[in-house]
Design a protein around this ligand. Structure first.
Ligand code: PEP
Ligand code: MN
Length: 272
């Protein structure tokens, strides 16, 4: 067992950029799925130019239909590693199986657990162990049919052995409403702030499912106290192999950053 002092020292490592930092709003942008080196590289350039630090990109895609594009797998992970080397951006990708946790941890900085796996306790335990050993961060999305209590208990499977940085992500829950893909539960933000010390970010893209609703809900998320956003962006949304209808193009992503910066400044927070 490591003492608290030793744990703290580990976190102070120079290279160790936390996902959420006091005084900042973290915006993670990038495509739903990595499709090619050219697509990822062009997106990374946009994200770097906007002054953001984190980039997302799915390599293993948990698709509703088995006939949809399933992702580039290992090749996608190599591209994320190259993006990190070339631009210094920290990378985020989803772990879908206990089998791919190690290889993902070899190549990226942040391991994302998707809504479909929030209650996959063997996966949570493994991600917790690997993330703790290799000093990786974890984003735990809320199950679309999970209560806040269930979500917070799921975190404990990850942190059972170690002091991994875990960030919660509200991404919409299932309700009777069909105008949006899911219903974004923004009240989860103040509820989480009341119940726990964990940071919480919002994924407006999967919640609303339509690109024109992403900016207004991002503004609302920051206004209600979220610590960051994870947003789908694509260099050419109409050509995207996955979730193009909810992806922002470069101009829209830049507009999102501009508007969110204004809201964040009310609480004297900066964007990163
Ligand atoms: C994703 O972020 O790529 C994703 C599949 O999200 P979710 O798990 O929220 O559906
Ligand atoms: Mn997606």
């Amino acid at each position: 067992m490591k003492s608290d002092k030793e744990k703290l020292k580990k976190n102070k490592n120079k290279d160790d950029i936390r996902l959420i930092e006091e005084g900042y709003i973290t915006i993670i942008g990038g495509p739903c799925a990595i499709e090619s080196w050219e697509q990822l590289d062009a997106t990374a350039k946009v994200i770097k130019d906007l002054g953001l630090l984190f980039m997302r990109g799915g390599a293993y895609k948990p698709r509703t239909s088995p006939y949809s594009f399933q992702g580039l797998g290992e090749k996608g992970l190599k591209y994320l590693k190259e993006i990190n080397n070339k631009y210094g951006l920290k990378t985020v990708t989803e772990v879908t199986d206990t089998e791919n946790v190690e290889i993902i941890a070899d190549n990226v900085d942040v391991l994302q657990i998707g809504t479909r796996n929030m209650s996959n306790f063997e996966l949570l335990k493994k991600v917790g162990r690997v993330a703790n050993e290799r000093n990786k961060k974890v984003i735990l999305k809320r199950g679309w049919a999970s209560s806040i209590r269930e979500w917070l208990l799921a975190v404990e499977y990850i942190t059972l052995k170690g002091n991994t940085e875990v960030v919660l992500c509200e991404r919409g829950i299932r309700t009777f409403e069909t105008s949006t893909r899911f219903t974004l539960d923004l009240s989860a933000v103040p509820v989480i702030k009341k119940l726990s010390k964990l940071p919480i970010i919002i994924d407006p893209s999967h919640a609303v499912g339509q690109s024109d609703l992403v900016i207004p809900m991002s503004r609302a998320a920051i206004a209600v106290g979220a610590d960051g956003l994870i947003v789908e962006a694509h260099i050419s949304p109409s050509q995207a192999l996955c979730d193009g209808q909810q992806s922002l193009n470069a101009k829209e992503l830049s507009e999102l950053v501009r508007q969110v910066r204004n809201i964040a400044s009310i609480n004297e927070k900066k964007i990163r």
